[in-house]
Design a protein around this ligand. Structure first.
Ligand code: NAD
Length: 497
């Protein structure tokens, strides 16, 4: 494949309300910028509060039918959708590369989105409620009913426009809810194609609605009285506002937020795999804009200098550029503001004592990419554990490295941040790995290169990294509310006991 052979043409974007494709929104328009070129590539409609109100009412009407649709039919539709995603994987990848610079990977499957859809399809006709009474001659016979909430408000950010929807929506639909999704206005193309695939799969109109929009649409969605639960992916500052709006309207929320995930490398680790994995996920793939990126490497002091050299060599070799070029490892960051924020953090890190080992600058590419938002893969060593870059998410291609002495020291440093998304540990000592896993103050722990985004393992942070889970049975249960039912057994009214 030659990078120049692939079309960079975007597709028209609509608001999707029931069966309607709406070309103009009450929230105005947005000039969408391709982060690889810095050029506007489309003017897209933005949903306003009026569109949100209409979409939620349509989704509520659809819910009244969808909740009664047999689980086997929900499963069939979700499986069909997963098949369509895989059949259209190349086009989904092309649009995601346009959306946010994710590396284009033609062929293959639709990645996390289709994998989660297939997984939750399987749950649609298998989840059960509990019988509570263990013997019949009691005062009451009791059981639970696991029921859908109704309309779920789904708000996602730009770094995984299709993957984030895939992690949330199939679980909500499998459980019998309907959804109104608000993608980021920065990344509208992947979600637009997903709407076509949902339509082709044959879902009833109104079950899956998409309103691309800004914060105003997100806030209107969260506050809508017919939205019974919210699931949000984004930053902790926005999540605080979402949670405040949820409190005002008394509804629960799942919050999948940012992280500063430590990657502890002990001196008995299988270093080759540990370092290539840690460097790629922190300052290569998606230019480090991954929520669970292992962006703070804690290295045992006995191997520290060697590891810093090897990581720097790996990072320097990452090719930065066009996401459509097969040789590219790191594409652009999302916009100009991100470049300013990232480079300012790197400068402040040095002022706070960190040593810049490689990177630290904007990358200026020729031709069509001259206006693109590219940053060098950056490695900072000798990072003070209390400094800004150790304690805060950069959300860019920046890896911070700090030495530690022993297990207790590593854990104290790893747990010192406000975040609690993921923890990584590399060691050949399985007892130590399990001790560390137990003590990490994070929602997820990955040992010796295990990956995030595994469909049947729950994912979701602690502390300011959020609340609630995606993936696994727990991800389904987020979209089911439990009702307790008791049947009197005939010996009169009772209360309590
Ligand atoms: P953000 O928080 O600014 O925006 C996220 C979404 O919320 C967007 O769609 C935005 O329009 C909407 N929004 C903004 N204000 C709102 C409001 N008041 N009410 C309702 N919706 C509102 O996104 P960001 O900070 O640029 O996203 C990056 C962050 O997302 C990083 O911290 C990253 O780690 C995190 N993230 C987490 C996960 C995860 O699964 N834990 C996955 C991907 C990204």
């Amino acid at each position: 494949m030659n990078a120049s052979d692939v079309s960079r043409a975007p597709i028209p974007v609509h608001l999707r309300i029931g069966a309607e494709r709406v070309a103009t929104g009450t929230g105005g328009t947005h000039d969408r910028v391709n982060p690889s070129t810095g050029q506007v590539d489309g003017t897209i409609p933005l949903a306003g509060p009026e569109d949100v109100d209409r979409a939620v009412k349509v989704a509520h009407e659809a819910f009244l039918e969808w909740r009664r649709t047999p689980g086997a039919e929900r499963r069939r539709l979700l499986l069909r959708l997963a098949d369509l995603m895989d059949e259209n994987a190349t086009e989904l990848s092309r649009l995601t590369a346009l959306d946010n610079g994710t590396k284009y990977s033609p062929g293959g499957k639709a990645g996390m989105a289709s994998a989660y859809t297939r997984y939750y399809a399987g749950w649609a006709d298998k989840y059960t409620s509990d019988v509570i009474s263990s013997w019949l001659p009691s005062k009451e016979f009791s059981f639970t009913l696991a029921q859908p909430y109704g309309v779920i408000g789904v708000i996602v950010t730009w770094n995984g426009p299709v993957a984030s929807i895939g992690m949330k929506v199939p679980a909500a639909l499998a459980a019998g809810n309907t959804v109104v999704i608000k993608p980021s206005e920065l990344t509208p193309y992947g979600p637009e194609l997903l709407c076509d695939l949902v339509e082709q799969a044959g879902f009833p109109p109104g079950v899956f609605n998409v309103l691309t929009g800004t914060a105003a649409a997100g806030e209107a969605l969260v506050r809508h009285p017919l939205v019974r639960k919210v699931t949000f992916t984004g930053g902790p500052a926005t999540a605080t506002k979402v949670l405040q709006a949820c409190a005002d309207t008394m509804k629960p929320a799942v919050l999948e937020l940012g992280g500063k995930s430590a990657n502890i490398i002990f001196d008995d680790a299988e270093l080759g795999a540990a370092l290539s994995h840690g460097t790629l996920l922190s300052c290569g793939f998606l230019a480090g804009q991954i929520c669970a990126a292992p962006s703070w490497m804690l290295v045992q002091d006995t191997i520290y200098d060697d590891v810093v050299d090897r990581v720097a060599t790996t990072a320097k070799a990452f090719s930065v550029g066009d996401p459509f070029d097969p040789a590219t490892v790191a594409g652009p960051v999302i916009n100009e503001a991100a470049i300013d924020r990232i480079l300012a953090m790197v400068e402040r890190a040095q002022a706070q004592g960190a040593r810049l080992v490689t990177g630290g600058s904007r990358v200026q590419l020729p031709g069509d990419l001259a206006g693109g938002y590219f940053v060098e893969p950056t490695v900072l060593a000798d990072v003070d554990p209390q400094s800004e870059v150790a304690q805060n998410e950069v959300f860019g291609p920046v890896l911070a490295i700090t030495p530690f002495t022993d297990e207790a020291d590593a854990l104290e440093k790893a747990n010192s941040t406000r975040y609690g998304l993921a923890g990584y540990v590399h060691t050949q000592n399985i007892s130590r790995a399990l001790r560390v896993a137990e003590q990490f103050e994070t929602g997820d722990v990955m040992i010796n290169g295990a990956g995030a985004g595994v469909v049947n393992r729950p994912f979701g942070g602690l502390k300011i990294s959020g609340m609630g889970k995606e993936g696994g049975r727990q991800g389904l249960e987020e979209f089911l509310q439990i009702k307790g039912v008791g049947i009197g057994m005939g010996d009169g009214f009772s209360f309590g006991g």
